[in-house]
Design a protein around this ligand. Structure first.
Ligand code: THU
Length: 131
C-alpha cells in the first residue's frame, strides 16, 4: 500500500501534465482504492471555460474507466500555486460517490510542505444521496 508521501508525490508529478493555459493553475490528484490500485489525473481546461475538468474528477474517471470497483480510501491533491489545495464542491460530491460509505482521506500539503489529512465527511457533511 502506497504511503501518503508517495501519493502526494504522484499527485505532484500529475500536476506537471496539467492543461491549464487559461487559469495557469495546475492541479494534480492521486487516488488510492481499497484494491491498492492508484490512478492519477490533472486538470484539463477548455476555451469554453465552464467545460474545464478538475484533476480529482479526471483521476476518479480514469479509475472507473480502468474497471475499478473498490472503495476510494484516499485522494492526494496538489497545486504548485496553492497551499492546501482543497477539492471544489463538485469534486467533494464525486469523492462521496466513490467512497461508497467510507470516510475517505483527503491528503494535502501545507505551506511548510507538511502533509495534512482531512476527511470527506468533515469537508462535505450532509452530501446529496439518492437513497
Ligand atoms: N481545479 C481542480 O483541478 N481541482 C479543484 O478542486 C479546483 C480547481 C482546477 C480547475 C481549473 O482548471 C483550475 O483549477 C482553476 O480553477
Amino acid at each position: 500500500m502506497k504511503s501518503n508521501e508517495e501519493l502526494l508525490n504522484i499527485a505532484k508529478e500529475a500536476s506537471l501534465n496539467a492543461y491549464c493555459p487559461y487559469s495557469k493553475f495546475p492541479v494534480g490528484a492521486c487516488t488510492l482504492y481499497e484494491s491498492e490500485n492508484i490512478y492519477s489525473g490533472c486538470n484539463v481546461e477548455n476555451s469554453s471555460y465552464g467545460l474545464s475538468l478538475c484533476a480529482e474528477r479526471n483521476a476518479m474517471s480514469t479509475a472507473i474507466a480502468s474497471g475499478e470497483k473498490s472503495r476510494l480510501l484516499k485522494i492526494a491533491i496538489y497545486s504548485p500555486k496553492s497551499s492546501l489545495c482543497f477539492p471544489c464542491g463538485a469534486c467533494r460530491q464525486w469523492i462521496q460517490e466513490f467512497a461508497q460509505g467510507y470516510n475517505t482521506e483527503i491528503i494535502l500539503e501545507d505551506e511548510n510542505k507538511n502533509i495534512q489529512i482531512y476527511y470527506i465527511n468533515d469537508i462535505l457533511p450532509h452530501s446529496f444521496k439518492l437513497l
